[in-house]
Design a protein around this ligand. Structure first.
Ligand code: GLU
Length: 335
């Protein structure tokens, strides 16, 4: 009789304890729904969100392809790619746990992690981790061919689309203009996505637009078939100055023929697009995602030409964040 009571008591305690443990397990989950068990000291949600950019950029199709890779090759995980204002918004979403992965420029992720430049007033975003750098994103300055704009200096006094609010593009526009002695007081800035900038340029509401994205960028390709536009080169001395001040920029050329009626190569600077991940995700999950990505790179290439630039060999070029340990484990294994 006594034995049986002890046994019942033990059973109740185990039951209470396990209910408590299940409660704890779900207690510190992020905001994106059904997170699963906590393992490896990290979160393993069964649904993950990926922050991309505007629908006429390159982040959006490549982020969508990345989501499909997770859906197709990582067991038990459903991924969803979201359209956003791009880099600056994306690091904020990642830092707040609103998304799990994000496409971000390498300069912006560095500024966010260090809490400098446009993040100076905020706490450093120390939970940002790198997964891979992907492809160069060129700072393209496209102008209405009839607006009399031949150099960056000519943008003073004009109506200029400087990128969506919360975009890396906007940060690049500010830095490049500053290197030419131009501030936002010297012209009328419009905070537009690539698609909006292209429509407004075509309709004569803006004279020029900054677009930081992989080439060719759909927004410029479409615009160049409907309207006469030119790409503006940056002079060599200014390119040198910009790179000396901000080391994440590299010198590039936009090859002739990238867009319709573009007969000459254009001198420009570029940063790198990268995939970032929240430090809180479990090593096992990030390992599986990294493995799935690198074993299915052709799926990225089918989504956009720049997807073809992504490679295991180049995955650390311009890497501006500490790697997630799950990614590091994959790289160590395939080395
Ligand atoms: N690099 C751009 C930005 O963060 C977005 C590029 C894209 O959407 O492809 O502003």
């Amino acid at each position: 009789m006594k034995k049986r009571r002890i046994f019942t008591l033990m059973l109740i305690s185990i039951l209470v304890l396990s209910i408590f443990m299940v409660g704890c397990g779900n207690g510190d989950n992020g905001d994106n729904g059904d997170n699963g068990d906590v393992e490896n000291g990290g979160e393993s949600p069964d649904r993950v969100a990926i922050a991309t950019g505007g629908t006429t950029g390159v982040y959006y199709p490549l982020g969508g392809a990345f989501a499909n890779i997770i859906n197709d090759y990582v067991d038990g995980v459903t991924a969803n790619a979201e359209s956003t204002g791009a880099s600056v918004e994306n690091v904020n979403l990642l830092n707040d746990g609103e998304v799990d992965f994000a496409m971000v420029q390498n300069d912006i992720s560095y500024y966010a992690y260090e809490g400098i430049e446009m993040f100076e007033a905020e706490e450093p975003m120390e939970n940002l981790r790198g997964l891979a750098t992907l492809y160069p994103e060129t700072i393209q300055i496209v102008a209405d061919a009839g607006a009399g704009i031949e150099s960056i200096e000519d943008l003073a006094g004009k109506r200029v689309a400087v990128g969506a609010p919360g975009s890396g593009t906007e940060a690049n526009a500010r830095q490049i203009l500053a290197a030419h002695g131009i501030t936002y007081d010297d012209f009328t800035p419009d905070y537009l996505s690539f698609g909006e900038a292209s429509d407004n340029l075509r309709d004569g509401n803006v004279d020029a637009a900054f677009v930081t994205a992989g080439t060719p960028t759909a927004a410029i390709t479409d615009l160049s078939t409907q309207h006469s536009v030119v790409l503006i080169s940056i002079s060599q001395d200014k390119i040198d100055e910009i790179i000396a001040e901000y080391p994440y920029y590299a010198q590039v050329v936009i090859e002739a023929g990238t867009y319709r009626n573009q007969d000459e190569p254009v001198d420009a600077v570029a940063v790198m697009a990268m995939l970032t991940v929240r430090a809180e995700l479990s090593d096992d999950l990030v390992y599986e995602v990294t493995k799935a990505l690198f074993e299915n790179l052709s799926d990225l290439e089918s989504a956009h030409a720049r997807g073809g630039d992504v490679s295991l060999e180049g995955a650390l070029d311009g890497m501006s964040l500490e790697l997630h340990p799950g990614t590091q484990r994959y790289f160590d294994e395939v080395e």
